[in-house]
Design a binder for this molecule. Structure first.
Ligand SMILES: Cc1ncc(COP(=O)(O)O)c(C=O)c1O
Length: 368
């Protein structure tokens, strides 16, 4: 990609390109930070959606307490970018990864990691102890996501087993709020009350059992604005909210106008009246389809066509693309931004239709 220069009109940007609207981004970041502040919660945004140090620094400047990562590779990039408080909300398994985790713990002032079994915790503790370090850990609890996590009734016995391991300090609990992905706002609010109360009760049990539990970590993009003061959590880890995507629009957690990230693509062929072909296929939009509305992408501006079929390098717009001509540029909202953004090395940051900056998506592809 020939990187665009600040001041160039968006229309002059080579395609396919990932474009992020700066004003929408800033608005999304500010809105959730305010909601977290109002609920008395710390915001520790998950960087999996943006993978970009510039956005992480914006989040911190607006009040985030630190960042959350899913992968060691992401955390290494954030550490190199100078971020001093990083939580890896995932299970770190294997000798190579444990070695990398110890190296990371040496250079990040506040590093913490999730654990959900002794098989995961023991090697981490042993390696940290051998290096003369004590690493903060949070027990991952399965509050219904049915992914990783200790079942609630196993939390207290597991904490006792953890407490005797060298090299680790139990500081909290975390859960993945998968069940917040429901369209109904009242259901989402009810989930938030239930998730927070359940984790807070477990934290209390642990305190009564002698553990110093400071962090109770939950949250997602749908749940982010739904918590009430005194809910029982201490922090939330929303991630997708910074950029949003069509799945979030479908869920009603944001409007189309609050989607900051789009794929800029060019119409490269009009072989038939009912067919317009874009230069954006699975390598530019990803293969995910919308969760609620089926499709691979939706045009931001009229005509209201959508990408209905996709090959590696080609996207097929539906018949509503009738008025588009070869060389026209279109902006597409992807169904899911996390996996779409992971296809790009750079994001073009735009403001008022003009290139403002180009940011390297430094943690893109850091999947180990
Ligand atoms: C452990 C964990 N925390 C936080 C998040 C962020 O959730 P969302 O993408 O809804 O913002 C995710 C997303 O997958 C996650 O896995």
């Amino acid at each position: 990609m020939l990187l665009p220069l600040p001041g160039q009109p968006l229309d002059a940007v080579d395609t396919p390109a990932l474009v992020v609207d700066y004003d929408i981004l800033l608005d999304n970041l500010t809105r959730l930070q305010r909601a977290a502040d109002a609920a008395g919660l710390q915001l520790r945004p998950h960087i999996k959606a943006h993978k970009t140090p510039e956005i992480a620094h914006l989040q911190l400047r607006l009040g985030a307490v630190g960042v959350t990562c899913a992968k060691l590779g992401e955390a290494e990039v954030m550490a190199t970018a100078g971020i001093e408080d990083i939580f890896i909300a995932n299970q770190i398994v294997g000798e190579t990864k444990v070695r990398r985790l110890v190296a990371l713990a040496r250079r990040v002032p506040k590093l913490s990691v999730a654990v959900d079994s002794l098989e995961v915790a023991r090697p981490i503790g042993a390696a940290c102890a051998a290096a003369g370090l004590t690493l903060d850990v949070l027990i991952e609890v399965d509050t219904g996501a049915a992914r990783c996590g200790v079942l609630p009734e196993r939390v207290v016995p597991f904490a006792r087993e953890l407490a005797v391991l060298p090299g680790l300090r139990l500081v909290g609990l975390m859960a993945y709020a998968a069940r917040s992905y429901v369209g109904d706002l009242e259901q989402r609010r009810a989930f938030c009350r239930q998730e927070a109360a359940e984790l807070a009760a477990l934290a209390q049990e642990l305190r009564a059992d002698g553990h110093d539990i400071a962090r109770v970590s939950g949250g997602s993009t749908p749940s982010g604005p739904c918590y009430e003061p005194g809910c029982g959590l201490t922090e939330i880890r929303s991630g997708t909210y910074c950029l949003n995507d069509h799945n979030q629009v479908d869920l009603g957690t944001c409007t189309r106008e609050q989607v900051a990230a789009t794929v800029l693509a060019t119409v490269i062929s009009r072989p038939a009246p009912d067919r317009a072909i874009l230069d954006a296929g699975t390598k530019a939009l990803d293969q995910q389809v919308g969760k609620l509305t089926e499709g691979y992408g939706w045009l931001v501006d009229p005509p209201e066509a959508s990408v209905v079929k996709i090959n590696d390098e080609h996207g097929y717009l539906d018949a509503r693309a009738g008025s588009l001509r070869v060389a026209d540029k279109v902006r597409i909202i992807p169904p899911r931004i996390c996996t779409c953004l992971n296809l790009y090395d750079w994001m073009v940051v735009a403001q008022d239709g003009v290139v403002r900056d180009v940011w390297r998506i430094a943690a893109r592809g850091r999947n180990t």
